[in-house]
Design a protein around this ligand. Sequence first.
Ligand code: GUN
Ligand code: ZN
Length: 438
Amino acid sequence: SLHSACAYRAQLLYFVADPATLEDPSEAVCYHSDGLLLVNEQGQIQACGDWAELSRSLPAGTKTVDLSGKIIMPGMIDTHLHFPQTDIIASPASGLLPWLETYTFPTEGRFGDSDHAREVAGVFLDELLRNGTTTALVYGSVHRQSVDAFFEESHERNLRMIAGKVMMDRNCPDYLQDTAESGARDSEDLIKRWHGKGRQLYALTPRFAPTSTPEQLAACGELARAYPDVFLQTHVAENKDEIKWVSELFPKNRSYLDVYDSFGLLRPRAIYGHSIWLDEQDRARMHDTGSIAAHCPTSNLFLASGLFDFQSIRHSKVLHTLATDVGGGTSFSMLRTMNEAHKVARLNNYHLTAASMFYMATEGAAHALDMQGQIGTLAPGAEADFIVMDPKATPLMARRSTMLNSLEEQLFVLALLGDDRCIQASYSAGRCVHQRDH
Ligand code: GUN
Ligand code: ZN
Protein backbone atom coordinates (compact mmCIF):
# COMPACT_ATOMS: atom_id res chain seq x y z
CA SER A 1 0.00 0.00 0.00
CA LEU A 2 1.39 3.38 -0.98
CA HIS A 3 1.67 6.35 1.31
CA SER A 4 3.62 9.56 0.98
CA ALA A 5 7.29 9.87 1.88
CA CYS A 6 7.96 11.19 5.38
CA ALA A 7 10.97 12.63 7.20
CA TYR A 8 11.43 12.22 10.97
CA ARG A 9 13.70 14.43 13.08
CA ALA A 10 14.99 12.70 16.24
CA GLN A 11 17.99 11.00 17.77
CA LEU A 12 18.72 7.98 15.57
CA LEU A 13 20.31 4.79 16.79
CA TYR A 14 21.12 1.45 15.17
CA PHE A 15 23.90 -1.11 15.07
CA VAL A 16 26.24 -2.00 12.24
CA ALA A 17 28.20 -4.72 14.10
CA ASP A 18 28.15 -6.79 17.28
CA PRO A 19 29.59 -4.57 20.05
CA ALA A 20 30.66 -7.65 22.05
CA THR A 21 33.12 -8.66 19.32
CA LEU A 22 34.82 -5.28 18.80
CA GLU A 23 37.80 -3.91 20.65
CA ASP A 24 36.09 -0.51 20.58
CA PRO A 25 32.38 -1.28 21.07
CA SER A 26 31.40 2.27 20.12
CA GLU A 27 32.28 1.42 16.51
CA ALA A 28 29.31 -0.96 16.44
CA VAL A 29 26.83 1.87 16.93
CA CYS A 30 25.51 4.31 14.39
CA TYR A 31 24.14 7.29 16.34
CA HIS A 32 22.94 10.72 15.23
CA SER A 33 22.09 13.09 18.10
CA ASP A 34 20.08 15.29 15.71
CA GLY A 35 19.15 12.97 12.89
CA LEU A 36 16.86 12.68 9.92
CA LEU A 37 15.15 9.44 8.94
CA LEU A 38 13.53 9.51 5.51
CA VAL A 39 10.93 6.83 4.74
CA ASN A 40 9.83 6.39 1.13
CA GLU A 41 6.43 5.61 -0.44
CA GLN A 42 7.24 1.88 -0.50
CA GLY A 43 7.63 1.78 3.30
CA GLN A 44 11.42 1.46 3.15
CA ILE A 45 14.15 3.55 4.68
CA GLN A 46 15.41 5.93 2.04
CA ALA A 47 18.00 7.88 4.03
CA CYS A 48 19.36 8.07 7.55
CA GLY A 49 21.87 10.65 8.78
CA ASP A 50 22.46 14.07 10.31
CA TRP A 51 19.59 16.52 10.10
CA ALA A 52 21.88 19.40 9.21
CA GLU A 53 23.18 17.56 6.19
CA LEU A 54 20.16 15.64 4.86
CA SER A 55 17.45 18.25 5.42
CA ARG A 56 19.04 20.47 2.74
CA SER A 57 18.39 17.91 0.00
CA LEU A 58 14.87 16.89 1.03
CA PRO A 59 12.46 17.07 -1.91
CA ALA A 60 10.27 20.16 -1.57
CA GLY A 61 7.00 19.39 0.21
CA THR A 62 8.25 16.28 2.04
CA LYS A 63 6.15 15.82 5.17
CA THR A 64 8.32 16.30 8.28
CA VAL A 65 7.62 15.10 11.82
CA ASP A 66 9.59 16.71 14.65
CA LEU A 67 10.43 14.17 17.36
CA SER A 68 13.32 16.09 18.93
CA GLY A 69 14.19 14.64 22.34
CA LYS A 70 13.02 11.19 21.32
CA ILE A 71 15.07 8.25 20.07
CA ILE A 72 14.21 6.41 16.86
CA MET A 73 15.62 2.92 16.67
CA PRO A 74 14.74 -0.23 14.73
CA GLY A 75 11.66 -2.13 15.92
CA MET A 76 12.62 -4.89 18.30
CA ILE A 77 12.68 -8.59 17.37
CA ASP A 78 11.34 -11.15 19.85
CA THR A 79 12.64 -14.55 18.79
CA HIS A 80 10.46 -16.88 20.88
CA LEU A 81 6.89 -16.62 22.21
CA HIS A 82 3.48 -18.28 22.09
CA PHE A 83 0.40 -16.36 20.98
CA PRO A 84 -2.14 -18.87 22.42
CA GLN A 85 -0.58 -18.28 25.85
CA THR A 86 -1.50 -14.58 25.94
CA ASP A 87 -4.34 -15.21 28.38
CA ILE A 88 -2.33 -17.36 30.83
CA ILE A 89 0.61 -14.99 31.29
CA ALA A 90 1.45 -14.77 35.01
CA SER A 91 -0.01 -18.14 36.01
CA PRO A 92 2.10 -19.54 38.85
CA ALA A 93 3.43 -23.10 38.86
CA SER A 94 6.22 -25.07 40.51
CA GLY A 95 8.06 -25.60 37.23
CA LEU A 96 7.78 -26.15 33.48
CA LEU A 97 6.00 -29.51 33.32
CA PRO A 98 3.27 -28.74 35.91
CA TRP A 99 2.80 -25.31 34.26
CA LEU A 100 2.25 -26.97 30.86
CA GLU A 101 -0.28 -29.44 32.28
CA THR A 102 -2.18 -27.04 34.50
CA TYR A 103 -2.46 -23.95 32.33
CA THR A 104 -0.88 -24.26 28.90
CA PHE A 105 -2.49 -27.35 27.41
CA PRO A 106 -6.07 -26.52 28.52
CA THR A 107 -5.84 -22.95 27.16
CA GLU A 108 -4.27 -24.06 23.85
CA GLY A 109 -7.18 -26.48 23.46
CA ARG A 110 -9.46 -23.57 22.58
CA PHE A 111 -7.51 -22.56 19.46
CA GLY A 112 -9.28 -24.98 17.15
CA ASP A 113 -11.96 -22.28 17.18
CA SER A 114 -10.94 -19.80 14.45
CA ASP A 115 -12.91 -16.91 15.92
CA HIS A 116 -11.24 -17.32 19.30
CA ALA A 117 -7.82 -17.65 17.65
CA ARG A 118 -8.34 -14.47 15.61
CA GLU A 119 -9.46 -12.49 18.61
CA VAL A 120 -6.45 -13.52 20.70
CA ALA A 121 -4.06 -13.02 17.76
CA GLY A 122 -5.30 -9.44 17.45
CA VAL A 123 -4.80 -8.73 21.14
CA PHE A 124 -1.38 -10.38 21.01
CA LEU A 125 -0.19 -8.33 18.00
CA ASP A 126 -1.44 -5.10 19.56
CA GLU A 127 0.47 -5.94 22.72
CA LEU A 128 3.69 -6.62 20.77
CA LEU A 129 3.38 -3.26 18.99
CA ARG A 130 2.62 -1.45 22.27
CA ASN A 131 5.94 -2.82 23.49
CA GLY A 132 7.93 -1.82 20.41
CA THR A 133 8.26 -5.33 18.98
CA THR A 134 7.71 -5.30 15.22
CA THR A 135 8.91 -8.82 14.35
CA ALA A 136 8.44 -12.01 16.37
CA LEU A 137 8.89 -15.76 16.05
CA VAL A 138 5.56 -17.07 17.19
CA TYR A 139 4.20 -20.48 18.15
CA GLY A 140 0.58 -21.20 17.30
CA SER A 141 -1.32 -24.12 18.80
CA VAL A 142 -1.48 -27.58 17.25
CA HIS A 143 -4.49 -26.46 15.18
CA ARG A 144 -3.76 -25.25 11.66
CA GLN A 145 -6.64 -22.75 12.03
CA SER A 146 -4.73 -21.00 14.82
CA VAL A 147 -1.90 -20.19 12.42
CA ASP A 148 -4.24 -19.15 9.60
CA ALA A 149 -5.91 -16.81 12.08
CA PHE A 150 -2.57 -15.40 13.25
CA PHE A 151 -1.25 -14.79 9.74
CA GLU A 152 -4.54 -13.22 8.62
CA GLU A 153 -4.34 -10.71 11.46
CA SER A 154 -0.63 -10.03 10.84
CA HIS A 155 -1.07 -9.74 7.07
CA GLU A 156 -3.92 -7.28 7.54
CA ARG A 157 -1.58 -5.07 9.63
CA ASN A 158 1.31 -5.62 7.15
CA LEU A 159 3.64 -6.83 9.91
CA ARG A 160 6.83 -8.85 9.37
CA MET A 161 6.00 -11.96 11.40
CA ILE A 162 7.26 -15.54 11.52
CA ALA A 163 4.97 -18.26 12.88
CA GLY A 164 4.12 -21.93 12.75
CA LYS A 165 1.72 -24.66 13.76
CA VAL A 166 2.85 -26.71 16.74
CA MET A 167 3.47 -30.36 15.94
CA MET A 168 2.87 -32.82 18.80
CA ASP A 169 1.71 -36.40 18.50
CA ARG A 170 2.26 -37.89 21.96
CA ASN A 171 2.49 -37.19 25.70
CA CYS A 172 -0.14 -34.48 25.74
CA PRO A 173 -3.97 -34.47 25.93
CA ASP A 174 -5.75 -36.23 23.03
CA TYR A 175 -7.50 -33.02 22.03
CA LEU A 176 -4.07 -31.44 21.33
CA GLN A 177 -2.52 -34.21 19.25
CA ASP A 178 -1.83 -34.35 15.55
CA THR A 179 -0.08 -37.31 13.90
CA ALA A 180 3.30 -37.54 12.21
CA GLU A 181 1.44 -37.53 8.90
CA SER A 182 -1.20 -34.85 9.54
CA GLY A 183 1.31 -32.57 11.30
CA ALA A 184 3.62 -32.68 8.28
CA ARG A 185 0.77 -32.28 5.78
CA ASP A 186 -0.77 -29.32 7.62
CA SER A 187 2.64 -27.68 8.02
CA GLU A 188 3.41 -28.02 4.32
CA ASP A 189 -0.01 -26.61 3.39
CA LEU A 190 0.65 -23.62 5.65
CA ILE A 191 4.10 -23.10 4.12
CA LYS A 192 2.57 -23.01 0.66
CA ARG A 193 -0.17 -20.66 1.76
CA TRP A 194 1.81 -18.25 3.93
CA HIS A 195 5.59 -18.42 3.55
CA GLY A 196 6.46 -15.28 1.61
CA LYS A 197 2.88 -14.05 1.32
CA GLY A 198 3.21 -10.32 1.92
CA ARG A 199 5.52 -10.10 4.95
CA GLN A 200 4.58 -13.44 6.50
CA LEU A 201 7.17 -16.21 6.97
CA TYR A 202 6.74 -19.77 8.18
CA ALA A 203 8.49 -21.68 10.97
CA LEU A 204 8.30 -25.47 11.34
CA THR A 205 7.34 -25.90 15.01
CA PRO A 206 7.82 -29.28 16.68
CA ARG A 207 6.91 -28.26 20.26
CA PHE A 208 9.76 -30.16 21.98
CA ALA A 209 11.17 -33.67 21.82
CA PRO A 210 8.93 -35.17 24.57
CA THR A 211 5.71 -34.45 22.65
CA SER A 212 6.89 -35.79 19.28
CA THR A 213 7.42 -39.40 18.20
CA PRO A 214 10.61 -40.21 16.30
CA GLU A 215 8.36 -40.52 13.21
CA GLN A 216 7.16 -36.93 13.64
CA LEU A 217 10.67 -35.56 14.15
CA ALA A 218 11.80 -37.45 11.04
CA ALA A 219 8.94 -35.97 9.00
CA CYS A 220 9.86 -32.53 10.32
CA GLY A 221 13.47 -33.12 9.28
CA GLU A 222 12.32 -33.93 5.75
CA LEU A 223 10.39 -30.67 5.56
CA ALA A 224 13.37 -28.79 6.99
CA ARG A 225 15.49 -30.13 4.13
CA ALA A 226 12.84 -29.57 1.47
CA TYR A 227 12.29 -25.93 2.54
CA PRO A 228 15.71 -24.59 3.58
CA ASP A 229 14.58 -20.95 3.80
CA VAL A 230 11.68 -21.81 6.12
CA PHE A 231 12.46 -21.26 9.83
CA LEU A 232 12.37 -23.96 12.48
CA GLN A 233 11.62 -23.37 16.16
CA THR A 234 11.51 -25.61 19.21
CA HIS A 235 12.57 -25.82 22.86
CA VAL A 236 15.75 -27.41 24.18
CA ALA A 237 17.42 -27.99 27.56
CA GLU A 238 15.11 -25.72 29.53
CA ASN A 239 14.41 -27.66 32.71
CA LYS A 240 16.08 -30.54 34.59
CA ASP A 241 12.92 -32.69 34.79
CA GLU A 242 12.31 -32.17 31.07
CA ILE A 243 15.87 -33.25 30.26
CA LYS A 244 15.54 -36.42 32.36
CA TRP A 245 12.30 -37.22 30.51
CA VAL A 246 14.01 -36.77 27.13
CA SER A 247 16.84 -39.09 28.16
CA GLU A 248 14.23 -41.77 29.01
CA LEU A 249 12.33 -41.29 25.74
CA PHE A 250 15.47 -41.19 23.59
CA PRO A 251 17.98 -43.39 25.47
CA LYS A 252 20.32 -43.77 22.50
CA ASN A 253 21.03 -40.07 22.09
CA ARG A 254 24.04 -38.46 23.72
CA SER A 255 22.11 -35.35 24.81
CA TYR A 256 18.79 -33.54 24.42
CA LEU A 257 20.20 -31.42 21.58
CA ASP A 258 21.52 -34.59 19.94
CA VAL A 259 17.92 -35.82 19.53
CA TYR A 260 17.20 -32.87 17.24
CA ASP A 261 20.59 -33.27 15.57
CA SER A 262 19.88 -36.90 14.74
CA PHE A 263 16.73 -35.87 12.85
CA GLY A 264 18.48 -33.14 10.85
CA LEU A 265 16.91 -30.25 12.75
CA LEU A 266 20.12 -28.29 13.41
CA ARG A 267 20.64 -25.78 10.63
CA PRO A 268 20.62 -22.04 9.83
CA ARG A 269 17.26 -20.46 10.66
CA ALA A 270 16.64 -23.06 13.40
CA ILE A 271 15.91 -21.31 16.71
CA TYR A 272 16.25 -23.20 19.99
CA GLY A 273 14.31 -21.66 22.87
CA HIS A 274 16.12 -21.56 26.25
CA SER A 275 19.31 -23.56 25.47
CA ILE A 276 20.24 -23.45 29.16
CA TRP A 277 21.61 -26.88 30.03
CA LEU A 278 23.89 -27.48 27.05
CA ASP A 279 27.41 -28.89 27.25
CA GLU A 280 30.52 -28.01 25.27
CA GLN A 281 29.76 -30.57 22.55
CA ASP A 282 26.19 -29.27 22.16
CA ARG A 283 27.42 -25.70 21.80
CA ALA A 284 29.98 -26.78 19.22
CA ARG A 285 27.20 -28.46 17.20
CA MET A 286 25.02 -25.36 17.43
CA HIS A 287 27.92 -23.23 16.26
CA ASP A 288 28.92 -25.55 13.44
CA THR A 289 25.36 -25.87 12.12
CA GLY A 290 24.47 -22.16 12.37
CA SER A 291 21.63 -22.88 14.81
CA ILE A 292 20.43 -20.13 17.15
CA ALA A 293 19.93 -20.07 20.94
CA ALA A 294 17.02 -17.85 22.08
CA HIS A 295 17.55 -16.66 25.65
CA CYS A 296 14.30 -16.11 27.58
CA PRO A 297 15.27 -14.65 30.97
CA THR A 298 11.86 -13.67 32.38
CA SER A 299 10.58 -17.18 31.69
CA ASN A 300 13.70 -18.90 33.00
CA LEU A 301 13.50 -17.02 36.30
CA PHE A 302 9.71 -17.31 36.62
CA LEU A 303 9.69 -21.09 36.04
CA ALA A 304 13.01 -21.51 37.90
CA SER A 305 14.39 -23.28 34.85
CA GLY A 306 17.99 -22.12 35.27
CA LEU A 307 20.50 -19.49 34.24
CA PHE A 308 21.55 -19.07 30.59
CA ASP A 309 25.33 -19.49 30.34
CA PHE A 310 26.33 -16.29 28.51
CA GLN A 311 30.04 -16.84 29.01
CA SER A 312 30.05 -20.26 27.39
CA ILE A 313 27.61 -19.37 24.61
CA ARG A 314 29.74 -16.39 23.66
CA HIS A 315 32.98 -18.29 24.02
CA SER A 316 31.62 -20.94 21.64
CA LYS A 317 30.37 -18.21 19.26
CA VAL A 318 26.87 -19.71 19.13
CA LEU A 319 24.36 -17.35 17.49
CA HIS A 320 22.08 -16.10 20.27
CA THR A 321 19.12 -13.78 20.63
CA LEU A 322 16.73 -12.42 23.26
CA ALA A 323 13.11 -13.47 23.65
CA THR A 324 10.16 -13.07 26.02
CA ASP A 325 8.68 -16.60 25.86
CA VAL A 326 5.23 -15.25 26.73
CA GLY A 327 3.24 -16.89 28.45
CA GLY A 328 6.07 -18.66 30.37
CA GLY A 329 7.75 -15.27 30.21
CA THR A 330 6.21 -12.58 32.37
CA SER A 331 6.35 -9.58 30.02
CA PHE A 332 5.87 -8.66 26.36
CA SER A 333 8.49 -5.93 26.82
CA MET A 334 11.93 -6.53 25.33
CA LEU A 335 13.18 -3.76 27.65
CA ARG A 336 12.04 -5.70 30.72
CA THR A 337 13.57 -8.77 29.10
CA MET A 338 16.90 -6.91 28.86
CA ASN A 339 16.62 -5.97 32.54
CA GLU A 340 16.45 -9.64 33.53
CA ALA A 341 19.00 -10.75 30.93
CA HIS A 342 21.51 -8.37 32.45
CA LYS A 343 20.92 -9.83 35.93
CA VAL A 344 21.08 -13.43 34.70
CA ALA A 345 24.41 -12.61 33.03
CA ARG A 346 25.67 -10.96 36.24
CA LEU A 347 25.03 -14.23 38.14
CA ASN A 348 27.11 -15.87 35.39
CA ASN A 349 29.91 -13.40 36.21
CA TYR A 350 29.41 -11.76 32.83
CA HIS A 351 28.86 -8.05 32.20
CA LEU A 352 26.19 -7.80 29.51
CA THR A 353 26.31 -4.21 28.24
CA ALA A 354 23.27 -2.23 27.19
CA ALA A 355 24.75 -1.86 23.71
CA SER A 356 25.00 -5.63 23.47
CA MET A 357 21.39 -6.10 24.58
CA PHE A 358 19.99 -3.52 22.15
CA TYR A 359 22.11 -5.12 19.42
CA MET A 360 20.66 -8.54 20.27
CA ALA A 361 17.10 -7.16 20.14
CA THR A 362 17.61 -5.60 16.68
CA GLU A 363 20.51 -6.07 14.24
CA GLY A 364 21.83 -9.13 16.11
CA ALA A 365 18.51 -10.96 15.78
CA ALA A 366 18.24 -9.99 12.11
CA HIS A 367 21.76 -11.32 11.55
CA ALA A 368 21.02 -14.57 13.42
CA LEU A 369 17.80 -15.07 11.42
CA ASP A 370 19.58 -14.39 8.12
CA MET A 371 17.45 -11.26 7.60
CA GLN A 372 20.24 -8.71 7.78
CA GLY A 373 19.56 -5.52 5.86
CA GLN A 374 15.84 -6.28 5.84
CA ILE A 375 14.84 -5.66 9.48
CA GLY A 376 16.58 -4.62 12.71
CA THR A 377 18.34 -1.63 11.16
CA LEU A 378 17.78 1.95 10.01
CA ALA A 379 20.22 1.57 7.13
CA PRO A 380 18.81 2.65 3.74
CA GLY A 381 17.06 -0.14 1.87
CA ALA A 382 15.68 -1.77 5.01
CA GLU A 383 11.97 -2.16 5.72
CA ALA A 384 10.84 0.87 7.74
CA ASP A 385 9.98 -1.04 10.93
CA PHE A 386 11.05 1.38 13.65
CA ILE A 387 10.03 2.69 17.05
CA VAL A 388 10.02 6.06 18.77
CA MET A 389 11.36 5.80 22.31
CA ASP A 390 10.81 8.40 25.01
CA PRO A 391 13.84 8.27 27.32
CA LYS A 392 11.99 10.46 29.86
CA ALA A 393 8.76 8.46 29.95
CA THR A 394 8.54 8.42 33.75
CA PRO A 395 9.48 11.04 36.35
CA LEU A 396 12.33 8.86 37.57
CA MET A 397 13.67 8.32 34.05
CA ALA A 398 13.39 12.04 33.31
CA ARG A 399 15.43 12.80 36.43
CA ARG A 400 17.94 10.03 35.81
CA SER A 401 18.44 11.07 32.19
CA THR A 402 19.80 14.47 33.22
CA MET A 403 22.78 12.71 34.84
CA LEU A 404 24.14 10.61 31.99
CA ASN A 405 27.69 10.66 30.66
CA SER A 406 27.57 8.33 27.67
CA LEU A 407 25.34 6.57 25.19
CA GLU A 408 25.97 3.31 27.07
CA GLU A 409 24.62 4.90 30.27
CA GLN A 410 21.59 6.22 28.42
CA LEU A 411 20.84 2.80 26.92
CA PHE A 412 21.46 1.09 30.25
CA VAL A 413 18.85 3.28 31.95
CA LEU A 414 16.38 2.45 29.17
CA ALA A 415 17.10 -1.28 29.50
CA LEU A 416 16.86 -1.36 33.31
CA LEU A 417 14.01 1.12 33.92
CA GLY A 418 12.14 0.97 30.63
CA ASP A 419 8.97 -0.81 29.56
CA ASP A 420 5.94 -0.12 27.33
CA ARG A 421 5.69 3.41 28.75
CA CYS A 422 8.86 4.29 26.80
CA ILE A 423 7.41 3.21 23.45
CA GLN A 424 5.80 6.37 22.13
CA ALA A 425 5.06 4.92 18.70
CA SER A 426 5.73 1.89 16.54
CA TYR A 427 5.92 1.89 12.74
CA SER A 428 5.68 -1.07 10.39
CA ALA A 429 6.68 -0.66 6.73
CA GLY A 430 6.50 3.09 7.26
CA ARG A 431 2.98 3.06 8.69
CA CYS A 432 2.18 4.00 12.30
CA VAL A 433 0.79 0.87 13.99
CA HIS A 434 0.91 2.07 17.59
CA GLN A 435 0.71 5.52 19.11
CA ARG A 436 0.83 5.94 22.87
CA ASP A 437 -1.68 8.48 24.16
CA HIS A 438 -0.74 10.78 26.98
N1 GUN B 1 8.41 -26.58 26.44
C1 GUN B 1 7.44 -27.15 25.70
N2 GUN B 1 6.40 -26.33 25.54
C2 GUN B 1 6.72 -25.19 26.17
C3 GUN B 1 6.03 -23.94 26.34
O1 GUN B 1 4.91 -23.73 25.88
N3 GUN B 1 6.68 -23.00 27.07
C4 GUN B 1 7.92 -23.21 27.58
N4 GUN B 1 8.50 -22.24 28.27
N5 GUN B 1 8.58 -24.36 27.45
C5 GUN B 1 7.98 -25.34 26.74
ZN1 ZN C 1 8.40 -21.35 24.69
